[in-house]
Design a protein around this ligand. Structure first.
Ligand code: ADP
Ligand code: MG
Length: 692
């Protein structure tokens, strides 16, 4: 069937009617043509396609099908079973209704018949569908039988053909049907003949890879799933190769940059070790050894320190900063938010004082005149204000960047610009080794694999909103036993101000209702720093039982008696973020609980369900990071564009390990100049000179 589609697609050419075609002169310019030059694509449609990132013929050819359908996926309605995997139903709309749900959500339900039986299918939060699903409309629905009928995961409206074998299914967007995308791909496909292959023939042969042209044809019109996968691997290999070449180039550039060697640890470090109330764990010691090795060199350190929440990274960070100070130079610690910068400052200021090291906080709310003084301190803690214009750090030698994936590239690059300090990046989002290689191939990685003391695993439960009263009964019982709790408010796409308002309202509601016998505080990003510190101090001193909070508590807050966390509308949060939030409890000797409250399961996307389930299944940050990668791909985990990884279309950072190793090996062998254009494009945004 798809072989037939391939024939049809290519039949329009003044070219052989069969695949593969005979060679002809390439004309890569054709690949840059706008889609409006393709038959059947108008201005309006081109605009909608552009929203999917599809502007040129090339974009369309490189648009990856999400999966392939086969005739075997199609099921008669009468034969639907509850334990089926996702299936396809083809039928006709009998009638349709639109229903409002709580909280401005809507549900559209349509009765569908295919002659064998009827079923009601539901769509959530797509109200416009009610107008499109008029009686008599033919539909193809992909989904599963659920509690209220057929849960639609994806759909096509209009004439619904029988499922072709291995028919590609493209990611669709709100206003653009998968079917439309498929039609545009078909229109663009003949131009694969103009796609050159940038890989040297010798490399291709050695790796057993098809031509790029054939790989693209295979991905869009496979004759078998196997062929589609081979095509994908060819395209993935090239992507990974570009990434690895770029990483190698960046590493080489750094090797040519100069930094001051900080020699061997001295007296200040000895005193620091003595001042700590505990002995360092072997993991911390190991990280420190690795760091000392870097600091002794005249090449700027670029090291990633990774360790789960609470694993003890801060101690190592301060060590690095003090190495600068004992050389008469300066250390800076940069945090992604003001709250976190303050937390870090509070943590290390006392120790610094004890050691006779000056330490200052410098954020965007610091007055101008204070900034100048702060910039002179031995250790400066702050936000990105640290690297903004008008701040002249005295003599920066070591910079620690916390939670680097939250920083825009510009901010990181500016810190480095013209100064070449040694840099230690810290992250609590554990990154699987392969991903670290992919993204931070030029960073050395130190890992704190285990926290200092073994803690009781946090008991995590996922409950739906209809069981909210159960949640609060449980909470009330624990509070009566003297425990404290966090209630995290839903994270809607909104401003800091409206988040703050929502949190205040929720705190007020809880004070009047479920938590009326308790003392409830409210923590959010709109509080003045002094008020925030005061609130935290009162919570720590047990003058408050419950802290209703926005995600500002995500990082850094440390109150061991707080053993309960409730996350409202937990399905709106990302996996990494939920893991971070959960890390606020489980810090003391008592058993801790994390209760994730979500909307009804039917209303959740598959990936939201998978996220919440994964959190219940494990507290291991690494396992969760792997799940997150599986669900979202690497780009989303690390932040947009930062690493080039979000540009990976065909490669998968977790599954393509072997391919990655091959690309890495190949990147060391290929001569200079190969794929340079692609490398430049991918790394354009991380080159410091563009940001000066
Ligand atoms: P992270 O920054 O990795 O989340 P922290 O550095 O904040 O973790 O450490 C978490 C807690 O563990 C802190 O209260 C810290 O004082 C404590 N801690 C750090 N290292 C040790 C150690 N070697 N032994 C005992 N406690 C430690
Ligand atoms: Mg920390």
């Amino acid at each position: 069937m798809t072989a037939a589609r391939r024939q049809t697609v290519f039949a329009g050419l003044d070219q052989p009617q069969a695949w593969p075609p005979t060679p002809r002169a390439l004309d890569p310019h054709r690949l840059e043509r706008p889609l409006t030059e393709l038959g059947g694509v108008g201005q309006a449609q081109a605009k909608r396609l552009a929203k999917l990132g599809l502007a040129s013929v090339r974009d369309v050819l490189e648009h990856r099908p999400r999966r392939y359908e086969t005739a075997a996926d199609e099921v008669r309605i009468a034969a639907l079973r509850h334990d089926d995997a996702e299936v396809v139903v083809v039928g006709e709309v009998l009638n349709v209704e639109k229903r409002p749900l709580r909280g401005r959500r809507t549900m559209v339900r349509a009765r569908i018949s295919d002659g064998s039986a009827t079923i009601s299918a539901s769509w959530f939060n797509q109200p416009w569908l009610a107008d499109q699903l008029t009686p008599g409309t033919r539909v193809r629905l992909r989904g599963k039988l659920g509690r209220f009928g057929f849960d639609v995961r994806s759909y096509d409206l209009g004439e619904a053909h029988a499922t072709a074998d291995f028919a590609p299914v493209y990611p669709a967007a709100e206003e653009i049907a998968a079917k439309t995308v498929r039609r545009v791909v078909d229109a663009a496909l003949p131009f694969v003949l103009d796609v050159p292959d940038p890989l040297p023939a010798e490399l291709r042969q050695r790796e057993g890879l098809p031509l790029k042209r054939d790989a693209l044809a295979a991905v869009h019109t496979p004759v078998s799933l196997d062929e589609a996968e081979r095509g994908r691997q060819r395209l993935a290999f090239e992507e990974l190769l570009v990434l690895q070449i770029g990483i190698a180039r960046r590493a080489a550039e750094r090797e040519r940059t100069l930094a001051a060697s900080l020699g061997e640890p001295g007296d200040l470090i000895l005193r620091y070790r003595k001042a700590l109330p505990f002995a360092l764990t072997p993991y911390q010691e190991q990280a420190i050894r690795e760091l000392d090795g870097d600091l002794a060199r005249t090449v700027p350190m670029q090291r990633l320190l990774q360790g789960d929440v609470g694993s003890g990274k801060t101690v190592v960070a301060l060590y690095a900063l003090l190495r600068a100070v004992e050389n008469g130079r300066q250390g800076a610690l940069m945090a992604p938010t003001e709250t976190l910068a303050e937390q870090h400052f509070l943590t290390i200021a006392d120790l610094c004082l004890e050691l006779g090291v000056t330490c200052a906080l410098l954020t965007s709310s610091s007055p101008r005149r204070d900034r100048e003084t702060a910039a002179q301190a031995d250790v400066v803690v702050g936000t990105h204000a640290l690297i903004q214009e008008g701040v002249e750090l005295r003599d920066l030698a070591v910079a620690v960047v916390d939670e680097q994936h939250r920083f825009g590239v510009e901010q990181r690059a500016a810190l480095l610009h013209g100064r070449a300090p040694h840099v230690l990046h810290m992250t609590a989002t554990p990154i699987p080794r392969t991903l670290a290689l992919t993204v931070y191939g030029d960073l050395a990685v130190s890992e704190i694999a285990k926290p200092p003391a073994s803690r009781k695993p946090i008991v995590t439960r996922w409950l739906t909103e209809d069981r909210a009263s159960e949640v609060y009964t449980r909470l009330t019982n624990l509070l009566r036993e003297g425990r404290q709790a966090y209630v995290v408010c839903p994270m809607i796409e909104a401003s800091e101000t409206s988040l703050a308002r929502a949190a205040e309202e929720e705190a007020e509601r809880l004070r009047r209702a479920e938590l009326r016998e308790f003392r409830v505080g409210c923590l959010h990003g709109r509080l003045k720093p002094a008020d925030r510190r005061d609130l935290m101090a009162r919570f720590k001193a047990r003058e408050l039982d419950v802290l209703v909070a926005t995600t500002v508590i995500e990082v850094g807050v440390d109150v061991p008696n707080a053993t309960v966390m409730i996350v409202q509308e937990a399905d709106r949060f990302g996996l990494a973020q939920l893991h971070q939030l959960r890390g606020r409890v489980g810090r003391g000797a008592e058993q801790s609980y994390c209760l994730l409250v979500s909307r009804a399961k039917e209303e959740l996307t598959e990936s939201a369900q998978a996220r919440l389930q994964a959190l219940c299944d494990t507290t291991d940050g690494f396992a969760l990071a792997e799940v997150d990668l599986e669900l979202r791909g690497g780009g989303a985990l690390l932040g947009t564009r930062q690493s080039g990884i979000s540009d990976l279309r065909f490669a998968h950072v977790v599954r393509d390990r072997e391919l990655l190793e091959r690309a890495r090996a190949a990147s060391r062998e290929v001569g200079p100049g190969l794929l340079q254009e692609a490398v430049d494009e991918l790394f354009a945004e991380v080159e410091p000179e563009t940001l000066a």
